[in-house]
Design a protein around this ligand. Sequence first.
Ligand SMILES: *[C@@H]1O[C@H](CO)[C@@H](O)[C@H](O)[C@H]1NC(C)=O
Ligand SMILES: *[C@@H]1O[C@H](CO)[C@@H](O)[C@H](O)[C@H]1NC(C)=O
Ligand SMILES: *[C@@H]1O[C@H](CO)[C@@H](O)[C@H](O)[C@H]1NC(C)=O
Ligand SMILES: *[C@@H]1O[C@H](CO)[C@@H](O)[C@H](O)[C@H]1NC(C)=O
Ligand SMILES: *[C@@H]1O[C@H](CO)[C@@H](O)[C@H](O)[C@H]1NC(C)=O
Ligand SMILES: *[C@@H]1O[C@H](CO)[C@@H](O)[C@H](O)[C@H]1NC(C)=O
Ligand SMILES: *[C@@H]1O[C@H](CO)[C@@H](O)[C@H](O)[C@H]1NC(C)=O
Ligand SMILES: *[C@@H]1O[C@H](CO)[C@@H](O)[C@H](O)[C@H]1NC(C)=O
Ligand SMILES: *[C@@H]1O[C@H](CO)[C@@H](O)[C@H](O)[C@H]1NC(C)=O
Ligand SMILES: *[C@@H]1O[C@H](CO)[C@@H](O)[C@H](O)[C@H]1NC(C)=O
Ligand SMILES: *[C@@H]1O[C@H](CO)[C@@H](O)[C@H](O)[C@H]1NC(C)=O
Ligand SMILES: *[C@@H]1O[C@H](CO)[C@@H](O)[C@H](O)[C@H]1NC(C)=O
Length: 847
Amino acid sequence: MGHLVPRLFLCLTLALCPLLVRSENGPACGSLEINDIGDFRKLENCTHVVGHVRIAYVDFTALNLSLISFASNITEISDYLMVYRCPGLLTLESIFPRLRIIRGQALLFDEFSFVVYENRNLRELGLVELLRIQKGSIRIESNPRLCFVETVDWIFLMGNATRQHYYLKHNTPPSHCPICGSLSPDYGVNQNTSDYCWNLKSAQLRPQPPRLRNCPVACGNNGCDSAGKCCDRNCVTGCSAQNCTLCGNFKSRFGCVNQCLASYEIHKRQCITTKQCRDLGRIPLTQGYRCAEKCPGNQKEVLDAKGILHCQLDCSGDFHVTVAEDLEALQDCVKINGSLTIELTNIKVEALEVSLENIKEITGYLKVVHSGQLTSLTFLKNLDSIKGTKLVENKYALYVVNNHHLEHIWPNNHQVVVQSGSMYFHLNPRLCYEKIMALAPSLKSVQKVSVVDVSPNSNGERVICGAGVRSLNATVDDVNSTAVRILLDYMDWDGMETLMGYSYFYKEAPQQNVTMYDGRHGCGHDNWLMNVVITQSRRHVISGLKPYTQYAYFVKTLTRTDYHMQLDAYSTIGYFQTLPDRPSPVMKLHGSSELSSEILLHWWPPLRPNGVISKYVVTYEKQNVTEKQAKNYDNSSPQNFTQLDCQCVEEEPYYSGPQADDEDFYNKDQIAYEDALPNLIFVSRSQLSRVKKEFDKVIDYAHLIRTRKEEPPKPTTTTPAPTNESLENDRKAAENYEKFRLDSELSQRLAQDEGKEQYNLRHAMPKCQDSHASVGQQVEEKCVLEEILEGTQLPGNKHYYYMTNLEEASFYRVTVSACVEGVVNGCSTPTEVLLKTWSRTNRTNAN
Ligand SMILES: *[C@@H]1O[C@H](CO)[C@@H](O)[C@H](O)[C@H]1NC(C)=O
Ligand SMILES: *[C@@H]1O[C@H](CO)[C@@H](O)[C@H](O)[C@H]1NC(C)=O
Ligand SMILES: *[C@@H]1O[C@H](CO)[C@@H](O)[C@H](O)[C@H]1NC(C)=O
Ligand SMILES: *[C@@H]1O[C@H](CO)[C@@H](O)[C@H](O)[C@H]1NC(C)=O
Ligand SMILES: *[C@@H]1O[C@H](CO)[C@@H](O)[C@H](O)[C@H]1NC(C)=O
Ligand SMILES: *[C@@H]1O[C@H](CO)[C@@H](O)[C@H](O)[C@H]1NC(C)=O
Ligand SMILES: *[C@@H]1O[C@H](CO)[C@@H](O)[C@H](O)[C@H]1NC(C)=O
Ligand SMILES: *[C@@H]1O[C@H](CO)[C@@H](O)[C@H](O)[C@H]1NC(C)=O
Ligand SMILES: *[C@@H]1O[C@H](CO)[C@@H](O)[C@H](O)[C@H]1NC(C)=O
Ligand SMILES: *[C@@H]1O[C@H](CO)[C@@H](O)[C@H](O)[C@H]1NC(C)=O
Ligand SMILES: *[C@@H]1O[C@H](CO)[C@@H](O)[C@H](O)[C@H]1NC(C)=O
Ligand SMILES: *[C@@H]1O[C@H](CO)[C@@H](O)[C@H](O)[C@H]1NC(C)=O
């Protein structure tokens, strides 16, 4: 590092350092995708990349790196640098020895400007000349051999450390890495070892401002020049923004600037005048102030009177937005002459807001599908009208399907007129039917929206919709070790009118603290498991559960659709625990013999105990086998497999994509909206009780009259005073009505109890009182004999056993099984091994 100090010194004082100036006017090239060795030719002659560099799946292992040079002259990358899965690559210094700045003007996944991920052999980053990563986050992860990661001053590199982040994970731990300057041949110089370096040879370049102390407070960490003027952070190479050789953002005639104003951006790094832009044979774009080579996707070329080329916005066509690049074509559009389809894979909603905010009109249709991360369509802030000159399936101008987190449609108090065509909404589980139907008046050519177009069943079933909420009383009726029967109260008379069935939600809950919305995350999954039952039966069996495990559950009604008020009922969250069952076999059974008469046996508890292990049972007997037979003896697996014995790696039943707390889940921000839990969910108790509608039983005629009187007063002037005759008719009508109500309620109750037997749970039979009961007796009394356990019984917390008084140099067949408390014959299938005692003769020989 000795040679670096003088150079750095020079650069700072003269600002004329040849190295720092070199790339200033070198050739630029576009984004580079390097996917095999041959692609490195693309780096030739290139000093700055306008775009990104992605190096992925390039295998360097077979190459003699001392023969081939990949060293590029690239000093700048305007967007981002990604290096992914390049085995054999040892250092980035071999590719980017001169890289000085990564600007992060466009980011990978809208977030990262520098990503080094899963490179098996990478030892060091070695970006020895890097001075700045202006925008975007840094991710150096899962490079098992990588050192000199923590030795880089990442904060120093960042353009704005309050907005950028760095993630350094799963590389070689710093404690297993050399420190800066250690092992240097030039030990003397290294006494002044810098704390920061890119590898053993190269300290990190960290040009310091001329002064850090006694500067005006406003200068902060940027320091000031000798005159006390604050240094400009945007000048990467020095202190003054006026004559800076490398600007963090843009270089203009007036020095470093953050934005090109009244000038035109070129190569994402410089602001030039109209004339300069024209002189380069390019076109200055008034929209966005760019100096472009040709008109961008959504602008067409027009010649003015003087024959000069201009670009004019042209937003015609059918636009399909899935990734951020697709938004370019829509930039600045006010009217889309065509249709817009939104099917997001990896775009931040903010990016949509920025690009689509000007759109006022779509002449065709608007289609929003499979966009899991959208919560609303409010990014179309200024959309006023969808013309519907072109329709989806010749019918729909607004087509919204399968958007898992969509909860709202347009901005509040904003109407979007649909001139022609209808709307189609399905599979938007968090979007309430009422909100969709509220759009019906804005459909100018459609009288009635049918259930086929908008279904209350396929929308909003994951939130509580509607003005009111009914409550559902769900209780656990019976449980065995793998299943539970849930019983609901009878649905009341008018509830039955709309009832189609129920959804039963359940999940493992070690603690009784779950809420209905636990485990939601941006990929569009809930981790509640769900059984949907289209029957009016008030019983349901949830099966396939784990024994001896606590679960949480709740139930929700599925109601019919053609009612304008969808009154879904929810139960509160309840808990139950499944019963214990036989455990899986004990694991890792092995023994060691130190004495010729003893074997010390060890084992691990069962993978799935399925209850409280009350004891272990150990048996052993001498086996007359030869050495050869013993070798063939399968020591590993228990003999008779049952499903419980399966030792396979547990499936993760609730795993549905990366979890929110999973670092691998790149777009963390997508789930930020999770914090804004819909306030719909927790309907207060008082509201529940108020809304719950009890059927008014008509007890007698007097009661009927009374209850009627409580109804809002009707205009009475035209009603004649009741005569005796009319009173008698009323009485009869009330009687008939009550009869009808009772009849239909009875038949509805029968319907809800239908097929009771099919919901029975199978229970393990109890043990017989008579311990010598015959098979006939067992069948008659529905009981089982308790098996007599042979062998030594040990307490359930002991996991070893000394077998003593054994014969020397002999084989023993040993079995161990685990037994669960409270389960008849609840011992696991025995796990078996063949073990041999020490031979005294051989032992002495060995000594
Ligand atoms: C680099 O420049 C040389 C000389 O001008 C030229 O021969 C070569 O083709 C260029 N390489 C690339 C990849 O453009
Ligand atoms: C880098 O620049 C030097 C000097 O201009 C030149 O000799 C060399 O070929 C360039 N390398 C690449 C890969 O372009
Ligand atoms: C690589 O090339 C150099 C120079 O020719 C040679 O000395 C070295 O042995 C080669 N290494 C391998 C692994 O082939
Ligand atoms: C850095 O970002 C923060 C947050 O956006 C902003 O408030 C601050 O002004 C920025 N600082 C600089 C030097 O640009
Ligand atoms: C080490 O650095 C300090 C301050 O940066 C300097 O005063 C000192 O002379 C240096 N020592 C050596 C041996 O270079
Ligand atoms: C830097 O700019 C200032 C003000 O524009 C000027 O006075 C100074 O001479 C310049 N320095 C160099 C090295 O060009
Ligand atoms: C719920 O049902 C159970 C069993 O049917 C009953 O004991 C309980 O009182 C009911 N609770 C309410 C609030 O109705
Ligand atoms: C429930 O409690 C456990 C243990 O206290 C905790 O780890 C878990 O995060 C809690 N879950 C919720 C949803 O609060
Ligand atoms: C053990 O097996 C061998 C051969 O299989 C037999 O000759 C011997 O008698 C057996 N010994 C006992 C004690 O069973
Ligand atoms: C498996 O169990 C059956 C019935 O219990 C028994 O007849 C058979 O011998 C067992 N097989 C083994 C390999 O233990
Ligand atoms: C629990 O009951 C269900 C339903 O009858 C049955 O399928 C299951 O086998 C039972 N579980 C056990 C361990 O017997
Ligand atoms: C003792 O060891 C020898 C070889 O080391 C082996 O052939 C012999 O079977 C062993 N004897 C006993 C009793 O295990």
